[in-house]
Design a protein around this ligand. Structure first.
Ligand SMILES: [Zn+2]
Length: 402
């Protein structure tokens, strides 16, 4: 199935990308085609300073492929060189109370399990550093965050925590971490096995170094129809099985693994394996069955929203959440581009514009006194938070989870 996303003025249609052959996790070729798009914004989290540049944002082809050998999904049309992570890349969720609770609980659990007090924690792909700061203040660990999009614009400094505007590579041989976290990075990497092997082979990593790897859960996308999570920046969509296979293929021994954040995330805790035993192989699971109906369910859901929005006043409708889900929604749903605004509590997003649809991003305060009819919430976990915020602003709209 192919769904065409409207190519707006100023957009160049990208040249046909070469499709990748072979699964990035197991190299297998037992592959099944699923959803595809002609043009998605390549960088959902890069908001634009004005509507014109937002409408002209770069787009790329998206062709979702499922690997039956390891239950992995990937965008076979992904082109590494189309993406750049610069300081304008804004994906922090740390302005949401629901998310802050999740991070604090995680930091407490990791602190207890791995006795992090006084140790050195390295966060690879630390974003703006919010997670590492919380982890170190809760645990008493020292911290070094590595990220090329790091930007010191968040005021709060934590003693013993520093940031490097670079990747965590061999250029830093003296950094010898006891604990390495890498959250929501692996799914952006064209060759995740090579990336994980690189982490394991870092000169500062010792046999007892513990790794915490977290990614979005592709099973959530499939089972709970979290379809707005399919974005260009994510070349990989991990299931529990493909994440485990990726870790083992890269030479890690798994200490713990589970789903978290209302099943939306997957994590593994691991350390470098000492004897290189062959990676475990299991029979394929029920994922195959979920995949077969996914493209139909996806297009049905998009069509449902198209019809729903056609019956409402787009001027009195907002999408709450200018993260990748909200930006995908306004770009993928026909009628979505007519929605008046994306609302976000993150002040670094407010006043900017969504790539593609060029929808403005506004602060919740801006809705006060408006005859708002409909709020579309992009994540069910935030429904209560949004309903409360709306009440406090004196609004009484219908609230629907996308
Ligand atoms: Zn595979």
């Amino acid at each position: 199935m192919t769904m065409k996303v409207e190519v707006r003025p100023g957009n160049e249609t990208p040249p046909p990308a070469r499709l990748r052959i072979g699964c990035p996790v197991c190299r297998g070729q037992n592959l099944v085609h699923s959803v595809s798009f002609e043009a998605l914004p390549v960088s959902c989290n890069s908001l634009h300073p004005d509507a014109r540049s937002a409408a002209a944002a770069k787009t790329g082809r998206f062709t979702l492929i499922f690997c039956r050998d390891c239950d992995h999904f990937f965008n076979a049309a992904f082109e590494d060189d189309r993406i750049g992570y610069t300081p304008g890349y804004e994906n922090s969720l740390h302005f949401s109370p629901r998310f802050v609770t999740f991070v604090d609980d995680l930091a407490h659990r990791l602190t207890t399990t791995y006795a992090l007090d006084g140790k050195l924690a390295v966060d690879v792909g630390c974003g703006k550093g919010d997670f590492l700061k919380r982890l170190c203040s809760i645990s008493g660990a020292r911290g070094i965050g590595f990220d090329r999009s790091f930007e010191d614009n968040r005021g709060e400094e934590i003693a013993g925590v520093e940031f490097v505007n670079d990747w965590f590579g061999d250029a830093y041989p003296d950094v010898a971490p006891d604990f390495v976290s890498c959250r929501h990075v692996l799914e952006h990497i064209a060759d995740p096995i090579a990336f994980l092997k690189g982490l394991r082979a870092h000169p500062g990593v010792r046999p007892e170094t513990v790794f915490y790897i977290e990614v979005p859960n592709a099973l959530y996308t499939l089972r709970d129809m979290g379809i707005w999570d399919l974005i260009y920046e994510h070349v990989s969509y991990f299931t529990p099985r493909s994440l485990r296979m990726a870790m083992e293929a890269a030479g890690f021994e798994i200490l713990d693994e589970d789903a978290s954040y209302g099943d939306q995330y997957l994590f593994v805790e691991a350390r470098p394996a000492q004897d290189r035993t062959a990676a475990s192989h299991e029979e394929s699971s029920e994922v195959d069955a979920l995949v077969s109906g996914f493209d139909q369910i996806y297009s049905d859901k998009v069509a449902w929203w198209r019809d729903y929005l056609a019956r409402r006043d787009p001027e009195q409708t907002v999408v709450w959440g200018a993260g990748s889900k909200g930006i995908t929604f306004v770009n993928v749903v026909p009628e979505g581009a007519r929605i008046s605004a994306l609302v976000d509590v993150n002040p670094h997003k407010q006043g900017r514009f969504a790539p593609g649809a060029a929808t403005p991003v506004i602060a919740p305060e801006r809705l006060r006194g408006k005859p708002l009819q409909l709020i579309i919430v992009m994540n069910p976990l935030y429904r209560e938070e949004v309903a409360r915020a709306a009440r406090e602003l004196g609004l009484a709209p219908e609230i629907v989870v996308a």
